[in-house]
Design a protein around this ligand. Sequence first.
Ligand SMILES: Nc1ncnc2c1ncn2[C@@H]1O[C@H](COP(=O)(O)OP(=O)(O)OP(=O)(O)O)[C@@H](O)[C@H]1O
Length: 285
Amino acid sequence: MSDVEPEVADADAVERAESDADETASRAVENPILEVEDLEKRFGGIVAVDGASFAVEQGSITGLIGPNGAGKSTTFNCITGVHQPSGGRVVFDDEDITGDEPHQVANRGLVRTFQIARELPEMTVLENMMLAPKNQIGESLWRSVLPYFRDEVIEQEEELRERAWETLEFFEIDHLAEEYAENLSGGQRKLLELARALQTEPEMLMLDEPMAGVNPTLERKLLDHIHELREQGYTFLIVEHDMDVIMNNCERVIVMHQGAVLDRGTPAEIKANEQVIEAYLGGEV
Ligand SMILES: Nc1ncnc2c1ncn2[C@@H]1O[C@H](COP(=O)(O)OP(=O)(O)OP(=O)(O)O)[C@@H](O)[C@H]1O
């Protein structure tokens, strides 16, 4: 054994450590709006989410991907209060929201597109928009009998109507305002779903398969709107099976496999990970 070998080995170790540190730095989330720590969800004997940890950068479009059964929907459900997690923590805007009810999570500004009741088919697009917002005074009927609150309700309704029109114009579906929701195409319904979510004035939107059943023209439109909204400061976390949509539109991607996070990073980093490729091909990871 020469004296040189340990030096070379040390040099290798240092290089590896530096490259690990670089990788960690490049993959770190600097300004997280959402932090999921050691999330667990069990259904009887089934472990649907098994210690998943990740963070979502404020103002980013982040993709959450993984093969069927990886635990993506259950993770969404645990974050948004649909399911009570069996363990772990969810922090939004520096506040612990673990176990909050869905309406509490929405009121904090974290909204999932189909968390708000799906659009009501026998109501018009505009009526659907008017029903979406949170903290609507009009919902508390008793208040409307009091003169003071009646004025406030009228004022709030006018504001809501104005905002509804603005949002419908933004999504270019204002010409459909008087149309019954049941007459909309699949893609137009997705736009309405997103428009309704925006009526709640969220900070972050979680979209579950937004492109499913959407034709290519509307898909482009939907993506353009998502990018425009991101530029306005909204954050998006998107579960989507269409890899082209994820890889071409997300700055960051989180990969789940068997209930845990397998990798996270830029699309290029994710595409280069053989474990990810194997997970998708069904190989052992
Ligand atoms: N309510 C439930 N009761 C029992 N098991 C469940 C329940 N919900 C989900 N699971 C199981 O948990 C695991 C994760 O499911 P989940 O739907 O979260 O995966 P996913 O990544 O969203 O899959 P997909 O891409 O197919 O929608 C699966 O094995 C599923 O069968």
